[in-house]
Design a protein around this ligand. Structure first.
Ligand code: EPU
Length: 302
């Protein structure tokens, strides 16, 4: 979708939002898949109410992009524009055990920065790609820990009442890859309360998790992490592996040889290839195990 109306373009300049025409979302997602649309880069959180009012008043549909690491975007010209926060500098400010973090901060860099300042707890998440906002929205977790455990406060833009709000950690429920945020809530910033730990101990934990991840996940390849959520008590990856589906492909969309719940873009996979592969694997697992796998990856398909 393209914004051509000069009145809208002028208003965007006025509220300090950068407009990039015809951005290729394939370049903004870890799967390397996705069509084109206009990208609106938001430099100040405070611009959001004006921006959303402007888009709504002009009937411009929109979606909110984080780091693009858990996302499968449709092909071709997309029927909505995309909003993305510009990462401020600095994006993490420490105050004792509290880390004030912008939602656009890179998750791994934030964890490393805190570690260097003797704040730990999030070692397991070190290899998870994406932004802090994305991790927060879905309560990213790995190796027995989840980001939600450390949340003291979240600043978000509530589309429902068109306001920037601040929620305390105990007002939010964090479950397995799920939170009580509304689907259209936009994460803006978070305060994490992290336990004190010597850097060398945190580093040791990071090394162990990195090693486990390197040995079991296809890190160098284009993927969106795990495609399906694990049903209670079972591993989706193990079920797909037991069916002998590693290497199964539709076009260049392929079930990883390393971890069967990672589907990789082995070349020029389209969204339709990836969606067909997801549907095929889901059907086979349903048939053999009687389990309906739920997507973990977020799909933006028209
Ligand atoms: N397994 C297989 N074959 C495979 C993959 C796994 O047999 O192809 C077996 C493993 O050998 C192991 C068991 O299944 O015995 C569990 O595997 P793993 O430890 O890799 O954990 P997982 O349940 O597949 C989850 C998360 C990952 C997270 C790891 C480590 C989900 C859907 N996946 O994977 O998160 O990194 O544990 O904590 O919750 C993600 O969210 O995108 C993600 C990758």
């Amino acid at each position: 979708m393209r914004i051509r109306d000069p009145r809208i373009v002028a208003k965007l300049v006025e509220i300090n939002v950068e407009l990039k025409h015809g951005a290729a979302l394939a370049g903004l997602t870890s799967l390397g898949i996705g069509g084109t649309t206009d990208l609106l880069r938001v430099r100040r959180h405070e611009s959001l109410p004006d921006l959303l009012n402007l888009l709504d008043a002009n009937h411009v549909p929109h979606k909110f992009l984080g780091g693009g690491s858990n996302l499968l975007v449709g092909d071709g010209e997309l029927p909505w524009v995309v909003l993305q926060l510009v990462r401020p500098e600095p994006d993490v400010v420490l105050n004792g055990n509290l880390a004030h973090v912008d939602a656009a901060a890179d998750l791994g860099r934030m964890i490393t920065f805190c570690a260097k300042n003797d704040l730990g707890g999030m070692e397991g998440l070190i290899g998870v790609p994406g932004t802090v906002g994305g991790a927060l929205r879905m309560n990213a977790g790995a190796y027995g820990m989840q980001i939600g455990s450390y949340v003291r406060e979240v600043k978000l833009y509530r589309v429902a009442n068109r306001k920037i709000e601040v929620l305390r950690g105990d007002q939010i429920s964090f479950e397995y890859r799920h939170t009580s945020f509304a689907p259209d809530d936009m994460m803006l910033a978070v305060i994490l309360e992290l336990p004190s730990k010597p850097y060398k101990d945190i580093l040791q934990g990071i090394r162990i998790c990195n090693e486990k991840r390197r040995s079991s996940q296809p890190l160098g390849q284009k993927s969106a992490g795990c495609i399906f959520k694990n049903p209670p008590g079972v591993s989706a990856g193990r079920m797909i592996d037991e069916l002998g589906l590693k290497g199964l492909s539709v076009g260049d969309a392929r079930v990883s040889d390393r971890h069967a719940n990672f589907f990789v873009n082995a070349g020029h996979a389209s969204a339709n290839d990836m969606l067909a592969l997801i549907a095929d694997v889901r059907e086979r697992v349903q048939k053999c195990f009687g389990v309906n796998l739920e997507n973990e990856v977020v799909v933006w398909n028209a």
